[in-house]
Design a protein around this ligand. Structure first.
Ligand code: ADP
Length: 305
């Protein structure tokens, strides 16, 4: 039976000022997925983890994404996907996006790579819609392309790959669940013009800072006037987490996706580990369980080994 095993990684969406448009892929953690070709037009989802995710294909993001692939092919074929989820659902580091992106990436290998990376993002977006109630690509695009991406437009889909210097990432994951759909409801539909101007100045400068490998400019640009002021209230001790991380030498950071994970970027591994210690110190006093990861940006996208 034709099958492939792939490892889609966690991703950080929003990247502070780039709400809904910027995102980057993490080296770790990754899910494990085996996609198999079937000789009947059907989709099957099997989970080997204890997160209790739905296995009905129409309720699972991987199932919906695979159905979107099937809708594009004429042959009488189908897919079965076995998922071992490592990226906890609702953690804010793109758990659902990893399933959607991994599913279409694996299916494409089995079909002889007939789809481009942009096609794969478009197909995986059908899956993401099940998780968050809206089509978005800020986690899927970096998961498939790797590195840092900017989604300039969804319809038509326009993904821009952004070069970046060496960056280490510290992520704290408080063991609370924040649903993307709930966090979205907190956002006001309108942004005052003054804040909008500051926000797009920062997005432009952050992209320039990343591409010029200018760490000072990256630091100056990592400010959010849109989502963080309302969403940070969902994350215990967010302000202290940020303050102590910056004091430990982080370049900057903020809420990962819609939270509860919080990420910080650093120039090198030593600083990233100091930031991890600072985060642990703040969280040890909260009584909330948490995990801290130190990792880097994954330049490759979905891994095949
Ligand atoms: P995250 O940022 O971690 O992806 P979301 O809230 O966007 O968090 O998505 C998680 C939601 O998606 C959960 O409600 C979960 O039940 C649903 N879901 C459906 N299928 C999957 C899947 N294969 N992997 C992860 N989440 C899934």
């Amino acid at each position: 039976m034709k099958q492939t095993t792939i490892y889609p990684s966690a991703t950080v969406a929003n990247m502070v000022c780039g709400f809904d448009v910027l995102g980057f892929a993490l080296e770790e953690p990754c899910d494990k997925m085996t996609v198999r070709l079937l000789n009947e037009k059907t989709v099957r989802v099997v989970h080997h983890d204890s997160y209790g995710l739905p296995t009905q294909p129409e309720k699972n993001v991987a199932g919906v994404a695979l159905q979107a692939v099937l809708n594009q092919v004429k042959e009488n074929i189908g897919f079965e996907v076995e998922i071992t989820k490592v990226i906890k659902p609702g953690s804010g580091i793109g758990s659902s996006a990893a399933s959607a992106a991994g599913a279409v990436y694996g299916a494409n290998i089995l079909l002889g790579n007939i789809f481009s990376k942009t096609d794969l993002v478009r197909l995986a977006m059908f899956g993401e819609e099940v998780a968050s109630g809206a089509q978005h690509a800020d986690n899927i695009a970096p998961c498939i392309f790797g590195g840092v991406t900017l989604v300039r437009s969804l319809h038509p889909l326009d993904v821009v790959e952004v070069d970046f210097p060496e960056l280490q990432v510290t992520v704290i994951h408080p063991q609370l669940e924040i649903k993307t759909s709930e966090a979205r409801k907190l956002l006001k539909p309108e942004v005052p013009l003054g804040n909008a101007v500051k926000q797009w100045a920062n997005v432009g400068a952050l992209v320039a800072g990343l591409m010029k490998h200018d760490y000072e400019l990256i630091t100056r640009s990592l400010h959010d006037y849109v989502a963080e002021p309302v969403r940070s209230a969902l994350i215990p001790r967010f302000d202290e987490l940020k303050k102590h991380s910056l004091e430990a030498g982080a370049l900057g950071g903020g809420i990962s996706g819609s939270g509860p994970s919080v990420f910080m970027l650093s120039k090198n591994a030593n600083t990233a580990h100091r930031v991890a210690d600072a985060m642990r110190k703040v969280y040890n006093e909260t009584g909330v369980d948490f995990h801290v990861h130190v990792t880097t940006i994954n330049r490759k996208g979905v891994k095949e080994k």
